[in-house]
Each structure stands twice: as structure tokens, then as C-alpha cells.
Design a protein around this ligand. Structure first.
Ligand SMILES: C[S@@+](CC[C@H](N)C(=O)[O-])C[C@H]1O[C@@H](n2cnc3c(N)ncnc32)[C@H](O)[C@@H]1O
Length: 250
């Protein structure tokens, strides 16, 4: 599931789209689209997501999917960006030990402004040496890992291995990704990724060691996000199963 270099996408070459998305910041020359795109657009990211009602719906959607868990859990937001989903994690798990991981220093600096008390690690989740490279990235140290618009968009198979190994034996992984359909492809063209089929993601999760993996479509209540997002929930053996109320299996 490696993503092709698409930082010079056709959409970005359109002067209006390029201006809205890139703002006045100069574009990075970094090799991976997952880095260069976000380094360049970090300053406009929240404004853009607000305009698309992403932040508001993220709150409501995530609250449906995040399971009830003990108060003192440890949670990692993988590809945390500016912290939009971390806001929800904080709301739902106010006593949890929450951390972020992202490779874009520009996104992380906005994350740190927004969440000055939440530790955030700078790192590439596709880096095979990332596990254990930082005190917040120790094996089996998380109860819950969330990734929204990051792992399934920019991660390769070993990023899923990383997630599985960061989770303890009862850990839960929740991924909100972009659907593989014409809208998803358009979004992918603008943000430098190629959407993956949920069945492919589920297969990779199982290969990474998750035993209970399911894909969920959003309820039509969240239209138009229903057409855009797909949620994968992967649990390691021994995890308590939990109920969601607004989605159906894909
Ligand atoms: C669409 S944003 C999502 C941010 C946040 N989760 C949200 O929902 O607003 C994708 C994020 O993934 C990060 N990212 C992309 N590739 C990455 C990688 N290989 N390692 C770590 N972070 C990565 C980007 O820097 C960016 O902040």
C-alpha cells in the first residue's frame, strides 16, 4: 500500500485550488507526499477542514466509534496532524494518557499550540526503526490507537505492524480512512495518496496480528461523509468487543 509520489497533482496545478490549499507557504522538497503536502499546507489545514465541516463531523462520528474503556488508558493518535481528532479523544477519555505521532513538523507545531500538555512525537510511521526509538514508542504500551486520514492513506504494510506492536495484547486500533470511490480518488489526488480498498486494509491488519477486524460504513446521518469515510476497527486477541450504533458493516 505504498503511495505514489503525487505531490504535483493535476488539481494542485489549478491556480485557484493550489492557492487555497497551499496558501503562501513555500512547498517542501521532501520526497514523500505525506510529508511535503502537509508541510506546505499546515497553516491552512484547520481553516480548510472547518470549511469542509470535517472537524465538526469528526467529533460526532468519532464519539460513535470510540468504545467505553477504563479511565487510565494510554492512547496514541497516529498522524495526529494539528490535533482535530485528539480534541475528541480528550473529550471522550479525559483521564487518559494521550500522545500524538506525526512526521510533519509544521503540523506538529500547530498540534503543540493546540495541545500544549499532550506529548507529540515526530516520526514517520513507515520507518522500520521507529518502534522503540522514543520513550513514547515502546512495544505494547498502548490500549487504543486512532488514526484518521493518515495510516490508511500514507501507511505501508509495516506501518500496520508498528501499530500492532505498539498496542498491548488487548489493544484496539481504529482507523478512519477515505473510501476507494470517485470522491475518494479526487481527495487523494489533492492530498497525495491513493485510497485503499477496506478489504485490503482488513487483510493487512490480520497479517499484522489483529484477530478481530471489521469495516464499517458511516450512518447516512453523516452524509456526505458517508460517501467519503470508512472505519476499520481491529482488535487484538482478548479485547472486549463493543457496540456501535450508527454504522453498518461494509
Ligand atoms: C489528513 S491529515 C490527518 C490529521 C488528523 N488525523 C486529522 O484528522 O485532522 C494526515 C496526517 O498524517 C501525517 N502523515 C502522513 N504520512 C505520515 C507518515 N509516514 N508518518 C507520520 N505521519 C504521517 C501528515 O503529516 C498529516 O498530519
Amino acid at each position: 500500500m505504498s503511495q505514489p509520489a503525487q505531490s504535483q497533482s493535476i488539481l494542485l496545478k489549478h491556480p485557484l485550488v493550489g492557492k487555497i490549499l497551499t496558501g503562501s507557504r513555500s512547498r517542501s522538497t521532501a520526497a514523500t507526499p505525506g510529508l511535503s503536502v502537509y508541510q506546505a499546507r499546515a497553516g491552512n489545514y484547520d481553516r480548510f477542514m472547518h470549511f469542509l465541516r470535517y472537524a465538526q463531523t469528526r467529533h460526532m462520528i468519532l464519539k460513535d466509534f470510540l468504545p467505553p474503556l477504563p479511565a487510565d488508558i494510554t492512547v496514541l493518535d497516529v498522524g495526529c496532524g494539528t490535533g482535530i481528532c485528539t480534541d475528541v479523544l480528550q473529550d471522550v477519555y479525559p483521564d487518559a494518557d494521550i500522545r500524538g505521532l506525526d512526521q510533519s513538523t509544521e503540523m506538529l507545531s500547530l498540534f503543540r499550540e493546540r495541545h500544549p500538555h499532550i506529548p507529540a512525537v515526530s516520526g514517520d510511521f513507515n520507518d522500520p526503526d521507529l518502534l522503540g526509538s522514543h520513550c513514547l514508542l515502546k512495544p505494547a504500551s498502548y490500549d487504543l490507537i486512532l488514526s484518521a486520514g493518515a495510516l490508511s492513506e500514507y501507511g505501508d504494510a509495516q506501518a500496520y505492524d508498528l501499530v500492532a506492536r505498539l498496542l498491548n495484547e488487548r489493544g484496539i486500533f481504529i482507523n478512519i480512512g477515505i473510501r476507494k470511490n470517485p470522491i475518494g480518488r479526487l481527495i487523494g489526488a489533492a492530498w497525495g495518496f491513493r485510497p485503499s480498498d477496506p478489504h485490503t486494509i482488513m487483510r493487512i491488519c490480520r497479517k499484522a496480528g489483529f484477530s478481530d477486524v471489521s469495516a464499517h460504513q458511516l450512518s447516512w446521518e453523516w452524509f456526505p461523509r458517508t460517501l467519503i469515510d470508512v472505519v476499520i476497527i481491529a482488535q487484538k486477541s482478548g479485547s472486549a468487543s463493543f457496540q456501535q450504533t450508527t454504522e453498518q458493516a461494509v
